[in-house]
Ligand binder design. Structure first.
Ligand code: GLN
Length: 523
C-alpha cells in the first residue's frame, strides 16, 4: 500500500489519520471520501485474514455513501456547507447492532444469515451524518465474554500480538480500530465490553451515561446495563462520535430527555487545573499486574503536574459488584434471549426423531444455535429468577447494586472524576482463560461498577506494561450525565502521555501485513 493517490497522501498515511484529522482533510479537499473509504477497504483486505475483526464487509454501500459525500462537496453550495463534520469518515459497527442491508449475527449461529428489517437508532444517525459503514465487527456471542473467543465465527486476534486476545465482547471493533482497518467503530458495553477491549488494544473506548445513547436496535443482553458507545484512536474522536450517536430517542423508554452537552468542546478544553481526581482504593493494587500499576501511577503523576488534585476515595461495596453483576446480567439475558425460539428469528432446527412439538423444535434450535457460554448464562439466569431463589440471589444482587450506586455518590462528593486501571492485566494469550469462566469474569472487575450505577466511563491508552510491552488502559469515571468531564480530563491526559511517548501509542504497534503473516507462521 505505497501508491500515492492524486493528492499525494499515501494510503498508508491516510489510514493512520485520526477521524478528526481525516475530517479536516476531507473538508479541505485534500482527499476524497472515496479515497479514504477505499484505503480502509484495502487495509481490511490485506490484514483482516489475520485479525478477523470483521464478520461482514460492506464495500459497495460504503463506497456509494462516500461517492455521495464527494459529489455534494464538489457541487458546493448550501448542501455542502451543511455536511456533518464526520461526513465521509468511515466507521465499523459491532455486529450486535442491527443494520438494514447487512447481516446481523450477534456472533451467534442462531442468527446466522439474519437480516434486520430496521436500522438501530445509532445507525440511522450514522447514515444521517453520511458516514460510510465499512462492515460489522466480531464479538463474543451475544456480547457475553471478555476475549471475543466465544464468537461462533472464530476469535478476533489482538493486532499487538496475534496470539493474544483483543478483549471482549467488542474485540472486533477494538481490533479493527487498532489495526487501522477503521478510524472509528461502535461498541456496546454491559459490563466493560467497550472499555476492556480498548485497554488491551491501545484504543479509546467510552461507555456513555446509561440512557444518553439510544439502545433501540442494539440486541439486548441485559437491558438495565447495556449502552452503545464509541471506539476510537483518540479522545477527541470519541467525543465527535458520541455527539453523532447520542441524544434523546423516543423509541428507547430509558432514553434521557435532555440534549447532550458539548462533548467536543469539552475535549478541547485543555486543562484540569483544580479538578479533584479520585483514586478508587479498591480498584488497584492487589490482583493488578505490576506493569498496569506502574502505568497507572505514571498517569496520576502527570495529572498532578498538570494541576489536578489527586485524592483517595473508598468504595467498599465494589468488592461485591462482580458477584452482583453475574446474577443480574444472566437474569436479564435469560429473559431477553427467550425470543430466539426457532420460530420468529434465524435458525430453526427440527428434532431428529419423536414428536414435532413447538417445545421440541425450540429445544433443538436453542441446543444447536447457542454456544456454551450463552447456555451457561441462561441456566444461571433462570435459576436466579426461579421462585424459591429469587430473593436470595436476584433480590440480594439488586441490593448490592444500590450499595454500589451509593458508593459512587459518596465518592463523587470528594472527587469530580474517579480514576483506576481499566483492566487488571494486559492482553492474555488466546485459550488461556477459555475453560475457566471465573478467571474470564475477573477481567471486568474494574469496569462493572459503572454499569451497575449507570455512570459514564472512558478508557484510554496509558502506555505499555514493562513486563510484556503490551498496552495498559486507564479508566476515568464521572457522575451520570457528566460525560463531558471524561472528555475534558481524558484529552488532557492523552496529550500529556503522547508528549511522553513522542506520539500516539498505536504508532508503536507492530506492523501487520504479508510480512508479519510469515513471521506468525514461522513461529
Ligand atoms: N465481559 C462482560 C461479560 O461477559 C461484559 C460483557 C459486555 O459488556 N457486553 O458479561
Amino acid at each position: 500500500m505505497t501508491e500515492q493517490n492524486s493528492t499525494g497522501i499515501s494510503a498508508e498515511t491516510l489510514i493512520r489519520l485520526s477521524a478528526a484529522q481525516l475530517a479536516e482533510k476531507l473538508a479541505a479537499g485534500e482527499v476524497t471520501a472515496v479515497q479514504a473509504t477505499q484505503a480502509y477497504l484495502d487495509r481490511i483486505a490485506a490484514v483482516d485474514g489475520q485479525v478477523n475483526a470483521f464478520l461482514h464487509v460492506n464495500a459497495e454501500e460504503a463506497l456509494a455513501v462516500a461517492a455521495e459525500v464527494d459529489a455534494i462537496r464538489a457541487a458546493g453550495g448550501a448542501e455542502a456547507e451543511s455536511l456533518h463534520v464526520l461526513a465521509g469518515v468511515p466507521i465499523a459497527v459491532k455486529d450486535l447492532i442491527v443494520t438494514i442491508g447487512q447481516p446481523t449475527t450477534a456472533g451467534s449461529k442462531i442468527l446466522e444469515g439474519w437480516h434486520s428489517p430496521y436500522d438501530a437508532t445509532v445507525v440511522e444517525r450514522l447514515r444521517a451524518a453520511k458516514m460510510p459503514i465499512l462492515g460489522k465487527t466480531n464479538l463474543d456471542e451475544f456480547a457475553m465474554g471478555s476475549s471475543t473467543e466465544h464468537s461462533a465465527y472464530g476469535p478476533t486476534r489482538n493486532p499487538w500480538d496475534l496470539d493474544r486476545i483483543p478483549g471482549g465482547s467488542g474485540g472486533g471493533s477494538a481490533a479493527a480500530v487498532a489495526a487501522f482497518e477503521a478510524p472509528l467503530a461502535l461498541g456496546t458495553d454491559t459490563g466493560g465490553s467497550i472499555r476492556q477491549p480498548g485497554a488491551v488494544t491501545g484504543t479509546v473506548g467510552v461507555k456513555p451515561t446509561y440512557g444518553s445513547v439510544s439502545r433501540y436496535g442494539a440486541i439486548a443482553m441485559a437491558s438495565s446495563l447495556d449502552q452503545i458507545g464509541p471506539v476510537t484512536r483518540t479522545v477527541l474522536d470519541s467525543a465527535l462520535l458520541h455527539q453523532v450517536i447520542g441524544g434523546h430517542d423516543p423509541r428507547d423508554s430509558t432514553s434521557l430527555p435532555e440534549p447532550l452537552a458539548d462533548l467536543v468542546a469539552a475535549a478541547k478544553t485543555g486543562n484540569v487545573e483544580g479538578l479533584r481526581i479520585g483514586i478508587i482504593k479498591e480498584l488497584h493494587g492487589e490482583g493488578y499486574q505490576a506493569g498496569v500499576e506502574n502505568r497507572f501511577n505514571d498517569a496520576l503523576e502527570l495529572l498532578k503536574e498538570a494541576g489536578a488534585e489527586i485524592v483517595e476515595v473508598s468504595c467498599p461495596n465494589f468488592q461485591y459488584a462482580l458477584g452482583a453483576y453475574y446474577l443480574i446480567m444472566p437474569s436479564e439475558a435469560s429473559s431477553n434471549l427467550a425470543k430466539f425460539d426457532g420460530v420468529r428469528y434465524g435458525l430453526r432446527v427440527l428434532p431428529e426423531d419423536g414428536p414435532m412439538t413447538i417445545e421440541r423444535v425450540m429445544g433443538a434450535t436453542r441446543a444447536a444455535g447457542f454456544g456454551d457460554e450463552v447456555k451457561r448464562r441462561i441456566i444461571l439466569g433462570t435459576y436466579a429468577l426461579s421462585a424459591g431463589y429469587y430473593d436470595a440471589y436476584y433480590g440480594s444482587a439488586q441490593k448490592v447494586r444500590t450499595l454500589v450506586q451509593r458508593d459512587f455518590d459518596a465518592a463523587f462528593e470528594q472527587a469530580d472524576v474517579l480514576i483506576s486501571p481499566t483492566a487488571p492485566t494486559t492482553a492474555f494469550p488466546l485459550g488461556e482463560k477459555l475453560d475457566d469462566p471465573l478467571a474470564m469474569y475477573l477481567n471486568d472487575v474494574a469496569t462493572i461498577p459503572a454499569n451497575l450505577a449507570g455512570v459514564p466511563g472512558l478508557s484510554l491508552p496509558g502506555g505499555l506494561a514493562d513486563e510484556d510491552g503490551l498496552p495498559v488502559g486507564i479508566q476515568l469515571l464521572a457522575p451520570a450525565r457528566e460525560d463531558a468531564r471524561l472528555y475534558r480530563v481524558g484529552a488532557v491526559l492523552e496529550s500529556l502521555l503522547e508528549a511522553k511517548w513522542g506520539g500516539p501509542l498505536l504508532a508503536q504497534a507492530p506492523a501487520l501485513g504479508a510480512e508479519s503473516l510469515e513471521t506468525q507462521e514461522a513461529k
